[in-house]
Design a protein around this ligand. Structure first.
Ligand code: LMR
Length: 388
């Protein structure tokens, strides 16, 4: 039976991990997959995480099943971090395997509730968004969000896309640290988007995967909190993989605000049913670490300080990059770990082959992969392939 299957291409972004590892050149630069790196190029296990793991090792007495919702204490403890307060009984929350699991559950929910809904998305977006939407057979409709050549966000086209859609359609937004461009909605833009959503009844699905790595935990949450406070229906796909450094543990959550508590409980029953048929129950270890940290004020303080330091390092590299050449100026105003340079596929390939600089095929770089001392070599490599 398997001879009917088409061969699938490897995920281009994840394939970079293996290519980089296999490259023997000592000066190689990994600006590919979006993981945070410290000054020594390491993706560290955060001190709060190490301490929480110790607590878990010593105090856990069972690994018995939890259920398709995962650990509700974990999803509840995260709520004030995400929403700035307890958002009340209208917000259902379910633990998911990473932010990807949360986006997938949200797409499953929309596909069941409104199979003919359009999902508006700003191009370019994280490539896996489109793969997930295709997998759920939802109709994904693009609008130009970011002009890579001019390095500008096109708020007018986002608003026009919302205004041309109908109540019950969905718009996919990035909560902060836009992946792949770093092109952010400013508070005034979020307010304009809110108004368009209120007028049309289009429902936001906010992918909030890099919370804390841009303007800090409060600044990064502006849009998520504004929309959740002022709209009847909102979906927030959250990831702790990046801001707790728990990548391979796969730790996320999907929050859905519904019209009232009864509707939220129906939403929750559907999310639990999707969880059951997809992964049955989410993996616990990473969520248990987050729970242990958030239950302990001292560990929470240590974690907050660590995430602040990580955000500050990313901002520092951005400033240094912006100062390194006129073609890199926009890096200063962009936010989070990613920027997309106006590079064609041949230039990206030449950077990898001739200069051992690894980045996504789209020209996206992970700024956190750079150390300030690498910047001159990076700029020289860019110039060698014709980047201004
Ligand atoms: C990225 O965009 O590099 C990360 O979100 C990792 C991934 O799963 O694609």
């Amino acid at each position: 039976m398997f001879d009917t299957l088409p061969e699938q291409p490897a995920d281009a972004l994840l394939a970079l991990i293996g290519l980089y590892r296999a490259d023997p050149r000592p000066q190689k630069l990994d600006l590919g997959v979006g993981v945070y790196r410290d000054d020594s190029g390491v993706t560290p296990i955060m001190a709060a995480v190490k301490a929480a793991e110790k607590v878990l090792l010593e105090t856990r007495t069972t690994k018995a099943y939890l259920g398709p919702e995962g650990d509700p204490v974990y999803t509840d403890l995260l709520k004030p971090i995400v929403f700035g307060k307890d958002p009340g009984g209208r917000v259902a929350g379910i633990q998911t395997p990473g932010g990807t699991g949360a986006v997938r559950l949200a797409a499953d929910l929309v596909a069941l509730a409104r199979p003919d809904a359009k999902i508006l998305y700003g191009a370019p977006t994280w490539p896996n968004h489109l793969q997930i939407l295709n997998a759920t057979r939802l109709k994904a409709v693009p609008h130009p969000y970011f002009d890579v050549k001019a390095q500008t966000v096109n708020v007018a086209s986002l608003v026009a896309a919302i205004e041309s859609a109908s109540a019950g359609d969905v718009v996919l937004l990035h909560g902060c640290c836009h992946n792949p461009t770093g092109g952010e909605l400013e508070p005034a833009d979020w307010r304009t988007v809110l108004k368009a959503l209120q007028e049309t009844g289009v429902v936001p699905l906010i992918d909030f995967a890099y919370h804390g790595l841009g303007k800090g935990l409060e600044g990064d949450a502006y849009g998520v909190r504004l929309l959740t406070d002022n709209l009847d229906e909102v979906m927030v796909a959250y990831s702790c993989d990046k801001n707790f450094g728990l990548y391979r543990e796969r730790v996320g959550a999907l929050y859905v605000k519904a019209r009232d508590e009864k509707a939220a409980s129906v939403v929750m029953s559907n999310l639990a049913a999707f969880s059951r048929v997809s992964w049955s129950m989410p993996p616990d270890h990473g969520a248990a670490i987050v729970r242990t940290i958030l239950e302990d004020p001292e560990l929470t303080r240590i974690w907050r300080e660590e995430i602040d330091r990580m955000g500050a390092r990313v901002r520092g590299v951005r400033s240094a990059l912006a100062a390194a050449g006129p073609g890199l100026k926009a890096h200063e105003t962009q936010t989070g770990m990613f920027s997309t340079l106006a590079l064609g596929p041949e230039q990206v390939l030449a950077l990898r082959k001739d200069h051992a600089v690894y980045m996504a095929g789209s020209g996206r770089i992970n700024v956190a992969g750079l150390h300030v001392r690498d910047i001159p070599a990076f700029v020289t490599a860019l110039k060698a392939v014709g980047y201004p």
